[in-house]
Write a protein that binds this ligand. Structure first.
Ligand SMILES: [Mg+2]
Length: 227
C-alpha cells in the first residue's frame, strides 16, 4: 500500500488529496514510541483543516497491559504505571471523522449511531500534530471534552488527567497548558464556531474508499518531520 501513503504528503509542505491513506498516530506518554496507530483516509487537507475518516473495521494499534488487560479495565491507581505493550484490533462500531486545524492543541472527532444518527462531537486535547510523509503524529493529553448535538459540553476523563499528573506523566506546567487549551476549545463551542457549525455531521464517506490496511511498519520513525 506504499503507493497510497501520501507521496505528496506533509514533509516539504505538500498536501494530501481526498482518498489518500495516511496514519493518525499517538506517541506513548512515557516514551517516544508510537502506541496508537489508526489508518485513515484523507477527506480534506488545506491550510485550515485536516479531515480524515476512520472506517468501521479498520485494524488499529492500541496499548494494553503486558498481560493483555485493556487499559481501561486496569484500576486508575495502576493504569499508568504497569508495563504495557501494543496490540492490534479492529475498530468496532461506526466510523469516526477526525477534524484538526493545523497548530491547534486538540482535534475534534464526530461519532454516529448505526444508521448515521449523529451522536456527539468529542474534543481530544493533544499536542498539535506533526506532519510527516506518512501521516500525523501527536501525543494525547488525557483530558477530553464531549459536545452534544444540543451544544451542551462536559469535561471527560478528568480522573485520568488527575492520575496522569499524580504519576508525573503530565507536569504541572503542562497541565495548566492542557486546561487552558480545553478552555479555548470550550470558547469555540460556546461561540459555535468551526468546526461545529460547519455541517460535518451530514458528511458521508465516499463509498469507494474501502478500509485502509495497517502497514507492517506502522511504528516507523519518520525520516523527515515537519511541524
Ligand atoms: Mg484524549
Amino acid at each position: 500500500m506504499t503507493e497510497h501513503m501520501g507521496a505528496a504528503g506533509g514533509a516539504g509542505g505538500g498536501r494530501w488529496v481526498p482518498g489518500d491513506r495516511i496514519l493518525w498516530r499517538y506517541r506513548d506518554n512515557a516514551s517516544p514510541r508510537i502506541h496508537i496507530c489508526r489508518p485513515v483516509t484523507v477527506v480534506q487537507d488545506t491550510d485550515e483543516l485536516l479531515a480524515v475518516w476512520m472506517a468501521p473495521g479498520t485494524e488499529c494499534v492500541k496499548p494494553v497491559l503486558v498481560d493483555g488487560t485493556s487499559v481501561h479495565e486496569e484500576p486508575l491507581e495502576t493504569r499508568y504505571t504497569k508495563a504495557r505493550r501494543t496490540t492490534t484490533s479492529r475498530w468496532f462500531g461506526t466510523g469516526v471523522l477526525k477534524l484538526a486545524r493545523p497548530g491547534e492543541p486538540w482535534s475534534v472527532w464526530l461519532f454516529w449511531e448505526p444508521g448515521w444518527r449523529f451522536k456527539n462531537w468529542y474534543i481530544n486535547l493533544e499536542e498539535p500534530r506533526a506532519r510527516w510523509v506518512g501521516g500525523v503524529d501527536s501525543q494525547d493529553h488525557f483530558l477530553d471534552i464531549a459536545v452534544a448535538p444540543d451544544r451542551r459540553w462536559m469535561w471527560l476523563d478528568e480522573d485520568e488527567f488527575a492520575q496522569a499528573r499524580r504519576v508525573g506523566l503530565v507536569g504541572e506546567r503542562q497541565a495548566e497548558g492542557v486546561r487552558e487549551a480545553g478552555l479555548a476549545a470550550v470558547r469555540t463551542v460556546e461561540a459555535w464556531g468551526a468546526p461545529f457549525a460547519d455541517g460535518w455531521e451530514d458528511w458521508r464517506p465516499d463509498p469507494h474508499w474501502g478500509v485502509p490496511d495497517l502497514p507492517d511498519d506502522w511504528d516507523r520513525t519518520p525520516a523527515h518531520m515537519t511541524t
